[in-house]
Design a binder for this molecule. Structure first.
Ligand code: MGD
Ligand code: MGD
Ligand code: SF4
Ligand code: MO
Length: 670
């Protein structure tokens, strides 16, 4: 062992736009410091509030170190330590027995982006479940609808390089709150502003981002379709659209045009709650300012009309010709800037198995038959806290006949319901490769320290499960190094990946894809729709949604990201997690009308369920809207959280979540 501290490189694994490069110092086998990589163009040497306190999570006294077997009734959270051998023997035997009885589709994986590494999130897990013929999980909880809409319109989820943000002169942050959720966008936005840009935030709430920049367009929740089409109406009616661009590069304007013309100024103002002057002024600026960048955050696409909103917003960047400028265009994501071949390609089950949309976990666990879900294997996610329709999710997890295996780093609301809890390594303890959904760096994460106790990485878990179920295909047992090489070599001849080799990454752990920042997406890169043109007609929308039983309730509930945590992660880290009771933010006028005061506990309820929150007045929240940041642990919130109130209704296209289309009633507690 070397004497004195050694510094290596890692990658922040969390589900966050910024995918930071880390400098990790190890001394005598312990991580003693973790900081932002100063040489990383996006990270710029700093981290966020939560990851600045990371060592407290890494060395948390609650870290799971050994397999645990349930001893009490389901959900009671009583466990005893067991050996890996016993755990694997029992799980392997039970999985095989229920496969023999019901077929592989009775097994359901459930995972998301707790660790965004490609090995941790989509490698041997996918191969293992395909080999079992398990039900396939549609991983839709975050961005399915906007991603599908971007692919419908442009053929890819690709946007301008965020490093060109300072070139823009008008920036719309539409349903995005980077001051909380993407703090490394702030220096880029500030620089744009220094160079003369105007930054407009389109958000129902007066967020830290809205307060920081030039203009806050406080539309009514879920009125984005009206605003975007209403702006399109203004531009079309006044002839300020880029007709040659539309003619040469797009298809479907004949469908877009009448849709926009249905939104004259008065109707748009009434639907959005915005003064007509604000709409006219914004349209004027869209028509006259270049480069124009429209960044659609995830706030626009967690609603019932998610695809229509994304389409109508992106169309503004198309009809104005904003895509023609470096620094301009439409930015939802950059996930398709990384043309790596997924590790499950060609290894999916044949015939394709049943698909289960993760948003409908509650329904899957409680109502699916032929076959029922008889085993649930959870990793990289905490669905008891984060999935909608929590009452159904918890009811399903309580089923005594369901085998639930949870691979986790910490005891969570979901491990509580497990039959087996298996200990998971953290990213500082494993090898991985990361891409980003926002910037354009491929990054190598090297293990800094070994996993504690008997914790194992996600790929190692699936090697063990494959062995335990008697599978023998060598692809199920590939080593981490082999997986890494496969990722980097299978598509190594793609021009965007030239020269990005393991050796290069070992020397310099963040490599930018070889797609020039000056290459304008869909102008200098191909439009990958079938006809090679940008589609201005909307995607094929699902039929009219079933009536919302809560539509008539008085308040619109929003549950966006909290600055201090990432969804439920960090919920047990003392210096990070919120210490106040779970809170409902409300306009003072609404509180007065209800006769409640700050600090009062209220029952928030609808047809889905009920949760109890403590009211606090907030000037950031408009009347008629209530806010509770997502999400608190059930354990600290009397056994329920805001996802008691959200539904598993799907969005209009792409099967996305509708967390931000939630109506509730609020009742004071005596
Ligand atoms: N600190 C922190 N960072 C995070 C996360 C976290 O939990 N905490 N989560 C990570 C994850 S998983 C994701 S997906 C991203 C999401 O990060 P963002 O893209 O910023 O998305 P959200 O936080 O979902 O919502 C952004 C804004 O949309 C607004 N909004 C809500 N409804 C509407 C509406 O109908 N119309 C409009 N125009 N706006 C609306 C909300 O008020 C909110 O301010 O952040 C990631 N980063
Ligand atoms: N009401 C409401 N609910 C929401 C949202 C909202 O805006 N409002 N947002 C939704 C969105 S955008 C998202 S992305 C989802 C996120 O929901 P989840 O996917 O449940 O995300 P987290 O709550 O961060 O939980 C991730 C878990 O993975 C574990 N983990 C981390 N790394 C590893 C690893 O390497 N191996 C294993 N086995 N486990 C690991 C962590 O300890 C943590 O418990 O929540 C959704 N839920
Ligand atoms: S959570 Fe996001 S901002 Fe914070 S360190 Fe990780 S990638 Fe960077
Ligand atoms: Mo997300």
């Amino acid at each position: 062992m070397p004497n004195g501290p050694v510094t290596g490189f890692g990658v922040c694994p969390h589900d966050c736009y910024d995918t930071c490069g880390l400098k990790v110092t190890v001394d005598a086998g312990r991580v003693t410091r973790m900081a932002g990589d100063p040489d990383h163009a996006i990270t710029q040497g700093f981290l966020c509030f939560k990851v600045n306190r990371y060592l407290e999570r890494l060395y948390h006294p609650e870290r799971l170190l050994y397999p645990l077997r349930r001893v009490g009734p389901k959900g009671a959270g009583r466990f005893v330590r067991a050996s890996w051998d016993d755990a694997l023997a029992d799980i392997g035997q039970r999985l095989n027995a229920l496969r023999a009885r019901w077929g592989g589709e009775a097994i359901l994986p459930y995972s998301f982006a707790g660790n965004m590494g490609l090995l941790a999130s989509e490698s041997l897990d996918r191969r293992f479940f395909a080999a079992l013929g398990a039900s396939r999980l549609d991983r839709t909880i975050c961005t399915a609808s906007a991603g599908a809409t971007a692919r419908w319109m442009f053929g890819q989820s690709l946007g301008p390089d965020p490093e060109t943000l300072p070139d823009a002169r008008l920036i719309l942050l539409w349903g995005a709150n980077p001051a909380a959720t993407s703090v490394h966008a702030i220096p880029l936005l500030d620089e744009a502003r220094r160079r003369g840009a105007r930054i407009v935030t389109v958000d129902p709430l007066a967020t830290a981002t809205a307060r920081r920049y030039d203009q806050h367009v406080a539309l009514r929740p879920n009125s984005d379709v009206a605003l975007a089409l209403g702006l399109g109406h203004q531009l079309i009616q006044s002839g300020r659209i880029d007709t040659p661009f539309i003619a040469e590069r797009t298809a479907g304007f004949a469908e877009y045009r009448p849709a926009a013309l249905e939104w004259p100024l008065a109707r748009t103002a009434a639907a959005t709650g915005l003064p007509p002057d604000t709409i006219v002024d914004l349209a004027d600026r869209l028509a006259s300012t270049r480069p124009l960048l429209i960044r659609a955050g995830y706030g626009v696409q967690r609603q019932a009309q998610s695809a229509q909103a994304t389409w109508a917003i992106a169309a503004l960047a198309v009809i104005t010709g904003a895509l023609m400028d470096v620094g301009g265009g439409f930015l939802h994501g950059n996930g398709d800037a990384f043309p790596l071949v997924p590790l499950d390609q060609g290894r999916t089950a044949n015939p394709p198995p049943r698909r289960v949309n993760m948003i409908q976990l509650g329904e899957a666990l409680t109502t699916l038959s032929d076959p029922p879900v008889a085993a649930l294997i959870v990793y990289n996610s905490n669905p008891a806290a984060t999935a909608p329709n929590q009452a159904a999710v918890l009811q399903g997890l309580l089923r005594e006949d369901l085998l639930t295996v949870v691979h986790e780093q910490m005891p969570t609301d979901t491990t509580r319901y497990a039959d087996w809890v298996l200990p998971a390594a953290m990213s500082l303890e494993v090898l991985d490769l990361h891409t980003s959904y926002w910037h354009r760096y491929i990054q190598l994460n090297q293990p800094a320290v070994p996993p504690p106790g008997e914790a194992v990485s996600n790929p190692e878990l699936f090697r063990r499960l494959a062995r335990a179920t008697g599978l023998t295909d060598p692809h199920l047992f590939a080593s981490d190094e082999e997986l890494l090489d496969e990722l980097l070599t299978t598509s190594a001849d793609h021009p965007w990946l030239q020269g990005i080799t393991r050796a290069r990454l070992m020397e310099s752990p963040s490599q930018k894809v070889r797609l020039s920042a000056a290459a304008r997406p869909f102008i200098d890169t191909p439009v990958l729709t079938p006809h090679g043109r940008i589609r201005l007609n909307p995607p094929p929308l699902a039929g009219p949604p079933a009536p919302d039983p809560d539509a008539g309730r008085p308040f619109h509930l929003l549950t966006p990201s909290r600055r201090e945590t990432i969804k439920s992660s960090f919920g047990n880290v003392a210096r990070v997690r919120p210490h106040e009771p779970p809170t409902l933010l409300m306009a003072a006028a609404d509180m007065a009308a209800l006769g409640v005061e700050g600090g009062d506990r209220v029952r928030v309820h609808n047809a889905q369920g009920t949760t109890v929150l403590t009211v606090q007045a907030s000037s950031a929240v408009p009347e008629g809207t209530v806010v509770s940041y997502a999400v608190r642990w059930l354990e600290e919130a009397e056994g329920s959280n805001v996802n008691q109130l959200t539904s598993q209704r799907l969005s209009d296209y792409g099967g996305g979540a509708t967390f931000y289309t939630t109506r509730v009633s609020v009742t004071g507690l005596e």
